[in-house]
Design a protein around this ligand. Structure first.
Ligand code: AMP
Ligand code: ZN
Length: 657
């Protein structure tokens, strides 16, 4: 083949690949399978190898080349301004009204998320990506072109041929970060540091491995082109193939803005990206020129910052507690600190392995982030102090003093039947609301039951007489009567509650339900085989072994319960307690305002739904956002239920209450 034919063929393959790339990474809407993509990509690689020619905008240039020696300086075409900030709605109102008074009482403002990542400035000329740079001091930044090229949603070539400078924020999705940290040797502290570390890294292959995205929000310069409004700018960016976040609204009235900010505050923890506030901008570009800039920031934009979700504080001590399955967990005692409106003094560290990987020490400063759990989580080391001391895990159980066993990740006390903390932990768990719901049994009650009445196993609870109760502190006739009947009445119970109440390692509520669903009766469950367990969706090998181990070594726990008359009922297939989304096949189409495609997908999957990309007769529900077209039509033809975004949010809220 002549080289001009080879080039032509390569150009055609690149064009095709770029379209699929754009659909996948920018629009979150894949149009071919990974396998088909790889086939085309391999064809291109082969041509490149045979001919020795590599075109500039070839996707093969995205894998990251040689390690760089250092960062070159990059001088920005125009100064990159920072954003003025406020933290109260009163300040925001003041700014908005002042601006409207100066210009036009009805001037409208756009609202965008304030992305909490790393600012990136891209320059294109003649339709080609020339440079990518960090913000630096606003005048000079660092050249990170080789790194940014590896980010798949960033177009290497665009249609616009003039000189162009655009701004966006480099981000790492929280789900990507989580996945990365599951196997990483060095855990990344948080999404913001992860992005900065990935882009300001001399090895572009590291950047490539982190799967970053950049959301674009600003055109700083476009040769011979003017924009009317922020909307106009976003359209242009989208049209050129840049990734623009779906969330965008326009307001002119402060009361609407106030409401919207409260909405975002409500949903921000469900987003798959970090945002630390919202940004308001005068929508009309000609009006912006009238208010101008201070030497630090534009007067036409204002960031409203939410309360911090993350703080640093000193780690004072680590306590080791024994869980109901014998697992030893470290609990960090920290210097009390304000976090998202509450004062916190404890945080979790998960396990020994986590302490090692996160390199936190006693007397060091650590990053703490509010999580969905009750206790906030320590993300990693902020800095050591002179007094920093390595955390030494215990050799002996803090409760029963028996020798601990390390399974590689966690420490365990194997003294199952005689370890007080474990015994009491299992009784507390057995009685808890979502297990057997023995209302009236508090931690304090369990303490008395164990120490005074020698209640050690769940079955013992059913043997307590009314006289026994009356001998306990705080028990009078009525309380005794109530608790006694609560316990006796709990004998007829749901299978899933029963399984959950047993304290089997790694079997939480969801897994217990999956097990009940699969085996239907207790007897079947008791005879479960490894393959049966392992074949259940969402149950992995570790959990399967845990269940088998329990059934083989602690079968007496179940037998004793049966002997005192506990009767778990057969699992009823149509369980009314199930959430609406569970097992539904859902298709997302069109643009959503509050979520990206990935975020919505993750949320629905967490609720048990399957999210699929095409509408068929097996589809249960279609969520149609702005601009939904063919998939919406098809759904209507097939008579499938269609809902819009507000309805989706309402439904999600209902399920997650
Ligand atoms: P800060 O880093 O807190 O001083 O905030 C200013 C930075 O916020 C800017 O430099 C931008 O990089 C970033 N930013 C995040 N989201 C946006 C947005 N939607 N519009 C403009 N700037 C944004
Ligand atoms: Zn112990």
């Amino acid at each position: 083949m002549e080289s001009k034919d080879v080039i032509k063929q390569m150009q055609e393959l690149i064009r095709e690949l770029n379209i699929h790339n754009h659909n996948y990474y920018v629009l979150d809407n894949p149009t071919i399978s990974d396998l088909e993509y790889d086939r085309i990509y391999d064809k291109l690689l082969l041509l490149e190898k045979q001919s020795g020619i590599v075109l500039e905008n070839s996707p093969s240039q995205r894998v990251g080349g040689a390690i760089l020696e250092g960062f070159e300086k990059h001088e920005h075409m125009h100064k990159l301004y920072s954003l003025d900030k406020c933290q109260t709605l009163a300040e925001l109102k003041q700014w908005l009204e002042n601006t409207q008074n100066k210009l036009d009482k009805n001037a409208d403002f756009t609202m965008e998320y304030k992305f909490d990542g790393l600012t990136i400035c891209l320059t294109y000329d003649k339709g080609k990506l020339l440079t990518a740079a960090t913000r630096g001091n606003g005048v000079v930044g660092e050249d990170v072109t080789a790194q940014v090229k590896t980010i798949k949603s960033v177009p290497l070539s665009i249609e616009f041929k003039g000189l162009l400078e655009v701004h966006g924020e480099g981000m790492m999705a929280l789900s990507t970060l989580k996945k990365y940290n599951e196997t990483a040797e060095d855990v990344l502290k948080n999404a913001r540091n992860a992005v900065a570390g990935a882009i300001r890294n001399l090895d572009p292959k590291v950047t490539a491995s982190r799967n970053l995205v950049i959301y674009f929000y600003d055109v700083n310069h476009a040769e011979d082109k003017t924009f009317e409004s922020q909307e106009d700018m976003r359209e242009f960016l989208r049209g050129q193939g840049f990734k623009v976040h779906n969330y965008f609204k326009v307001f002119s009235d402060f009361t609407d803005i106030e409401k919207e900010i409260s909405n975002i505050d409500d949903i921000k923890s469900t987003l798959d990206i970090l945002i630390d506030g919202t940004v308001l901008k005068l929508n009309k570009v000609p009006l912006r020129k009238k208010v101008g800039y201070t030497n630090k920031f534009p007067r036409w934009a204002m960031a409203y910052k939410f309360e911090a979700q993350e703080v640093t504080t000193k780690l004072l001590n680590v306590l080791w507690s024994v869980g109901r399955t014998g697992k030893i967990t470290p609990l960090a005692i920290i210097e009390p600190v304000e976090l998202a409106g509450a004062t916190i003094s404890r945080a979790t560290l998960n396990n020994c392995d986590d302490i090692l990987r996160k390199q936190v020490k006693i007397n060091s400063y650590v990053f703490i982030r509010r999580s969905n759990e009750v206790i906030p989580e320590i993300l990693g080391l902020a800095r050591d102090t002179e007094d920093s001391k390595i955390i030494i895990p215990p050799d002996y159980c803090p409760s029963c003093n028996s020798h601990l066993v390390n399974d590689g990740v966690n420490l365990y006390c194997k003294n199952i039947n005689n370890c007080p903390e474990q015994i009491m932990g299992r009784l507390v768990h057995y009685s808890s609301k979502n297990a057997m719901n023995l209302e009236g049994i508090s931690n304090k009650t369990v303490d008395q039951l164990y120490k005074k009445l020698n209640v050690c196993t769940p079955a013992d609870l059913y043997k307590i007489s009314k006289e026994d109760f009356l001998n306990l502190e705080g028990f009078k006739d009525k309380k005794t009567e109530n608790l006694y009947s609560t316990i006796q009445n709990s004998k007829i119970c749901k299978l899933e509650n029963f399984i959950y109440s047993l304290s089997i390692d790694n079997v939480g509520e969801k897994t217990a339900k999956d097990l009940a669903k699969k085996f239907e009766t207790l007897e079947h469950f008791q005879h479960a085989t490894f393959d049966e367990l392992n074949n259940i969706e969402n149950i992995g090998e570790i959990t399967a072994y845990g269940v088998l181990d329990f059934l083989n070594t602690q079968y007496s726990v179940i037998d004793n319960l049966l002997n005192v008359g506990v009767k778990p009922q057969e699992y009823i297939k149509k369980n009314t307690g199930e959430n609406y989304f569970n097992n539904k096949t859902i298709v997302l189409t069109g643009g959503l305002e509050n979520y990206t495609r990935d975020e919505a997908t993750k949320l629905l999957e967490d609720l048990g739904a399957k999210v699929s990309s095409s509408v068929s007769k097996n589809t249960d529900l279609v969520v149609a956002g702005e601009g939904a077209k063919s998939k919406l039509t098809r759904a209507k033809e097939l008579g499938i239920r269609v809902i819009d975004e507000p309805e989706l949010i309402k439904l999600i809220k209902l399920q997650t209450k």
